[in-house]
Design a protein around this ligand. Structure first.
Ligand code: NAD
Ligand code: TDX
Length: 331
């Protein structure tokens, strides 16, 4: 297959490109990425001779049209992805997540190209801590933040283009990812690199908020399965059923890095902070026969810590600026 991967220099996209090059050597991979603050050429250095990297904006209709015309399928990861940034300045989220997805949809419509759209569980809003129900494909959309509202908008556009124009698209909504190449603005790599640079870990609010953690390789193996076996027009929810509260995750990281369990700061909470996300992935398990491989979360954290220890040159140049940004917000 000739694959066009949008946002392939970001965290999940880069991991997808690495696993595709490794496991599907007959695929031809082109990446389109604007190389924003979140996209790093260095994340693709190990595979640069096996792929084509085009630096460009997914809102550039002419460029997107040309790249889509030469592809068999588009895997659409590109997005503004960080909730705290969306709260500071939502405009880039409207641009990339909404207009960017619209631009991709128009191109795949023109050329009859298969699309897989990557989305998030945050479109469903949040759950109470003790609620037995988890998110399913039937849960109504109820986004809380400018980030999740723009992702919800992009999902709605995809659904409308399937119904109105017969675009051959699938959607997946995944839970919180962790693993190598994740930007250090995000919870797990921020704490790891804080500790590695002699800073203290930072917990928003009480730390009772729950996230449903999945290793990025499991997310990407599910995406591949949906690309190959998914039913056009369907939405699939991806999770490896890894619910944990933030305080527990933080204390696990501190223990794995030989720190005292109280060696962290409580900082200003995120406004509108979603309490709990949890996905019921049974459709994916039962209909597509998918299963996660990284089921031992502690082992996954251990190898992620190792990756950040061994790849300081990847994150060190951006660490001080990322922390300065957080300091401005009191976080
Ligand atoms: P990321 O921020 O690490 O990477 C995003 C990439 O998109 C970057 O390389 C960036 O340069 C690129 N990009 C941004 N704007 C662009 C534009 N206008 N044109 C071209 N490229 C552009 O994000 P991520 O964590 O890898 O997330 C990837 C996708 O997965 C997103 O759609 C996100 O909503 C979704 N998702 C993420 C998670 C998670 O836990 N990280 C969970 C569920 C879903
Ligand atoms: O320093 C921190 N301290 C802290 O307590 C940071 C950066 C975060 N947190 C909390 C906020 C959340 O409850 O940790 C949790 C995870 O935070 P993020 O890593 O910012 O992730 P989240 O807001 O849950 O969103 C992530 O998962 C869904 C991705 O960033 C989204 O792109 C994805 O859609």
């Amino acid at each position: 297959m000739r694959l066009l991967v949008t946002g392939g220099a970001g965290f999940i996209g880069a991991n997808f490109v690495h696993s595709t090059v490794r496991e599907y050597p007959d695929d031809a991979v082109t990446v389109i990425d604007a190389l924003t603050y979140a996209g790093r050429r260095e994340s693709l250095a190990a595979v640069e001779d096996s792929i084509r990297l085009v630096e460009g904006d997914i809102c550039d209709a002419e460029l997107v049209d040309n790249l889509v015309a030469e592809s068999d399928a588009v895997i659409h990861f590109a997005a503004e992805s960080h909730v705290d940034n969306a709260l500071d300045n939502p405009e880039p989220f409207l641009h990339t997540n909404v207009i960017g997805t619209f631009t991709i949809l128009e191109a795949v419509r023109r050329h009859g190209v298969r699309l897989h759209h990557i989305s998030t569980d945050e479109v469903y809003g949040d759950l109470a801590l003790d609620e037995p129900q988890r998110f399913t494909e039937a849960t109504p959309y109820n986004p809380s933040s400018p980030y999740s509202a723009t992702k919800a908008g992009s999902d709605m556009l995809v659904r409308a283009w399937v119904r109105s124009y017969g675009v051959r698209a699938t959607i997946s909504n995944c839970s919180n990812n962790y693993g190598p190449y994740q930007h250090i603005e995000k919870f797990i790599p921020r704490q790891i690199t804080n500790i590695l640079t002699g800073r203290r870990a930072k917990l928003y609010g009480t730390g009772h908020n729950v996230r449903d953690w999945i290793h990025v390789e499991d997310h990407n193996s599910a995406v591949r399965r949906i690309l190959e076996k998914g039913q056009i027009g369907r939405t699939y929810l991806i999770s490896s059923e890894g619910e944990r509260d933030n305080l527990t995750v933080l204390r696990t990281l501190l223990r794995l890095m030989d720190r005292d369990p109280d060696d962290f700061d409580h900082v200003t909470d995120r406004v509108g902070h979603d309490l709990r996300y949890a996905i019921d992935p049974s459709t994916l398990y039962n209909e597509l026969g998918w299963a996660p491989k990284h089921t031992d979360f502690e082992e996954g954290l251990r190898s992620t810590i190792e990756w950040y220890r061994n790849n300081e040159s990847w994150w060190r140049p951006i660490k001080d600026a990322a922390e300065a940004q957080y300091e401005k917000r009191g976080q």
